[in-house]
Design a protein around this ligand. Structure first.
Ligand SMILES: O=C(O)[C@H]1O[C@H](OP(=O)(O)OP(=O)(O)OC[C@H]2O[C@@H](n3ccc(=O)[nH]c3=O)[C@H](O)[C@@H]2O)[C@H](O)[C@@H](O)[C@@H]1O
Length: 420
């Protein structure tokens, strides 16, 4: 039926119309083919777009990570002043990676000087100065001052020596060598290059003092054969060497008698009273008081000491100067203060008295006030809170990275025990 009707229609159409119709059909076919092609392309393009945006989603966080890594590799240093050639000094700090030395390094670097730190890392740590490594004004040398050193400098801050009683008693001969041979070497260097040398001496030169508070003209009361002598006598002879080089060789010397100092970057195992009490209070352990706790000390915050050292170095005072905070406390009062600042319920544990422990100590700082215009400005509690914050962070750090090495068994060789 349908084919008959179609035939009739076709025969009714003239050949011209037929051509037109065929042309139109061809055009429609071509259009439909093109349409399909275009829609397929757009599906494909859409797919590609989606694929690309998916890849972008994955890549962007990776790019972000690379940017972060690049940032962490491009070391950012603390801000440093620009000093003209005339004002910029080449400064050597022996023991510059230690507790006091590293704070002094920070100050002198930020003031715009060129600083060379020399340390044998017995009590110092690279970590204390790592924020300067790579800076054009900074150099770190792993060197023991017991060996000579040949460098060109304008000023020498000679701080190298263990300062905590357990550390300096650990190897008394080494403590003596550091304070005698080490000081001779540094004075020799100062003489050779015409540098000024500041010796970090100590309140321990007064021993267990019979004069209170201690003035610079007091000669002291030291047991020359006791357990503290390696440090006390080592520093006393170091002072003697400074003045011999000054008189005989014309070396410019400065001598700072440093009283008890505390602050961040004290070693966790330092063993001095401030770090011991803070760590004990933070961990809820008993605070170990040696003896009755009635012995006294006066504690200064490290930034005050650093300002005093720089003021002394740049002054014209060549005789010894006390640098300390005259606020005196008994050790027991000090234990109670730290307990309350930490908010700790730790007990007080009385242990036997340390041999030759000075029974009272407090600096007379009239000379520093008058001749350097210096005095401590950081209140004890403020300084202690900073130190507590530091040790709290150190404990957290330790807890997250704790690595307890297994003790190595002694190696047996040919039937005999060898000490590793
Ligand atoms: O901190 C310092 O700058 C000084 O430290 C020590 O001198 P010392 O006063 O004996 O320092 P600590 O070991 O902190 O002792 C202070 C007092 O606390 C007592 N102490 C210490 C540690 C402890 O856990 N418990 C405790 O009661 C000691 O017996 C002593 O009476 C060094 O010998 C000095 O050279 C140094 O300048």
């Amino acid at each position: 039926m349908l084919s008959k009707a179609a035939l009739r229609l076709v025969s009714a159409v003239s050949p011209r119309r037929m051509k037109l119709l065929l042309g139109l059909a061809l055009l429609a076919y071509a259009a439909s083919v093109w349409g399909n092609f275009v829609s397929m392309r757009s599906i494909q393009e859409n797919g590609e777009l989606k694929f690309e945006s998916k890849i972008e989603e994955i890549i962007e966080p990776l790019r972000e990570k690379i940017r972060d890594l690049e940032k962490s590799f491009t070391q950012k240093y603390p801000p440093v002043k620009f000093l003209s050639e005339k004002d910029r000094k080449r400064i050597l700090i022996t023991g510059g990676a230690g507790f006091v030395g590293s704070h002094l390094t920070d100050k002198l670097m930020m003031d715009g000087h060129e600083v060379t730190v020399v340390d044998n890392f017995f009590t110092g740590r690279k970590r204390n100065v790592e924020h300067w490594i790579g800076h054009e004004n900074f150099e770190l040398i792993n060197h023991d001052v017991v060996e000579p050193l040949y460098i060109e400098v304008d000023q020498i801050y000679h701080l190298a020596s263990p300062a905590s009683p357990p550390n300096y008693m650990y190897n008394p001969i080494k403590t003596l060598k550091t304070n005698t041979i080490g000081t001779l070497n540094m004075l020799g260097l100062a003489k050779r290059v015409g540098a000024r040398l500041l010796l970090a001496s100590t309140s321990e030169v007064y021993g267990d003092p019979e004069v209170h508070p201690q003035t610079e003209d007091y000669w002291g009361h030291v047991n020359p054969i006791g357990p503290r002598a390696c440090y006390d006598e080592g520093k006393r002879v170091a002072e003697t060497m400074c003045y011999a080089y000054m008189k005989q060789e014309g070396v410019e010397v400065r001598v700072a008698r440093i009283f008890n100092t505390f602050g961040p970057r004290m070693h966790m195992n330092d063993g001095r009273v401030v770090s011991n009490f803070i760590l004990q209070a933070l961990q809820g352990e008993p605070l170990t008081v040696y003896g009755s706790g009635t012995q006294t000390r006066a504690f200064q915050y490290v930034s005050d000491l650093v300002n005093g050292l720089v003021a002394l170095m740049n002054s014209n005072v060549s005789s010894p100067v006390n640098l300390g905070n005259p606020e005196e406390h008994t050790i027991l009062e000090f234990a109670q203060l730290i307990k309350s600042l930490v908010g700790s319920g730790s007990e007080i544990q009385y242990l036997s008295e340390a041999q030759d422990d000075p029974q009272k100590r407090k600096p007379d700082i009239k000379k520093a006030k008058l001749m350097l215009g210096w005095e401590p400005v950081v209140p004890l509690e403020e300084g202690l809170n900073k130190a507590i914050h530091y040790f709290r962070k150190e404990l957290e750090y330790q807890a997250n990275n704790q690595y307890i090495p297994k003790p190595k068994p002694a190696r047996i060789k040919k039937g005999r025990t060898r000490h590793n």
